[in-house]
Design a protein around this ligand. Structure first.
Ligand code: F6R
Length: 240
């Protein structure tokens, strides 16, 4: 695992962004997956600015969603789709055909999983996976006690994930399930960037980095991934 610890959130976002830019500059047709949630906001801003300044060209890239709350679509502020489109995709000069995102409102969630799996395999697996880390160590909606042999799947949300969910929405929503890329999809990526900032993440970062691998802390399962880069700010790294 490569640990990159920066003084603050902006520096962490910039370092992650520079990695992404460098990767795309070497592989123009990168299949990129970036988590929703709050962690990547700074990264989005940095990449959008870099695109405007001609430092990176996303026109040949493909983008796939990492996860979504079952029952929520783009019209719900705080859904993963809304986060990615309103803060990233819509602000880049890219076309809708380049993007494949989960529809959390799909009637048939199994077909939705198959559709996303197919997009990934048709594009030769994910090149660059940018993940946040949940307070319980989840990555995507791969929750504690995660099975290792899954591609896209529907999951029952962990109680901690449900509790934390209130921060994303304008009103408390009764979210019970998620739809997510699985550990197999994640492990078949070429390179994984994991990001964490703020003191509240310090304990789960410590468990991820310093304790044994366990499915109870899904992020710890990434430890031996050959090309894993863990970007942290000082506060999140404070217990290492
Ligand atoms: C969101 C996602 C989640 C978040 C994680 C951290 O698409 O996949 O795993 O990355 O819950 O969330 P934040 O960044 O809000 O702390």
């Amino acid at each position: 695992m490569n640990l990159i610890i920066k003084d603050n959130y902006d520096e962490m976002s910039k370092a992650t962004g520079d990695f992404v830019i460098d990767y795309i500059n070497k592989k123009a047709d990168t299949l990129l997956c970036i988590a929703g949630g709050e962690t990547p906001y700074g990264l989005f801003k940095y990449l959008i600015e870099a695109s405007k300044n001609g430092k990176v060209d996303f026109s040949k890239c493909k983008f796939v969603g990492l996860d979504e709350w079952v029952g929520l679509g783009r019209e719900t502020r705080g859904s993963c789709q809304e986060t990615l489109y309103n803060n990233f995709f819509d602000l880049l000069p890219i076309k809708e055909e380049q993007i494949c995102f989960f529809n959390g409102l799909a009637e048939n969630l199994e077909s939705e999983c198959k559709r996303v799996d197919k997009f990934i395999s048709d594009n030769g697996n994910i090149d660059l996976m940018v993940l946040g880390i949940g307070m319980n160590g989840h990555i995507g909606f791969n929750e504690p006690n995660v099975p290792l042999d899954t591609y896209c799947h529907v999951v029952d949300l962990d109680p901690i994930t449900k509790d934390v969910s209130v921060k994303y929405f304008d009103e408390a929503l009764d979210v019970k399930q998620g739809i997510s890329l699985g550990m197999k999809t994640i492990n078949e990526s070429d390179t994984i960037l994991l990001m964490a900032n703020e003191e509240r993440k310090a304990e789960i970062v410590r468990k991820t980095v310093n304790e044994e691998k366990t499915p109870l802390v899904p992020s710890s399962l990434l430890k031996d991934f050959p090309k894993l880069y863990f970007f942290l700010d000082k506060a999140a790294a404070s217990k290492l």
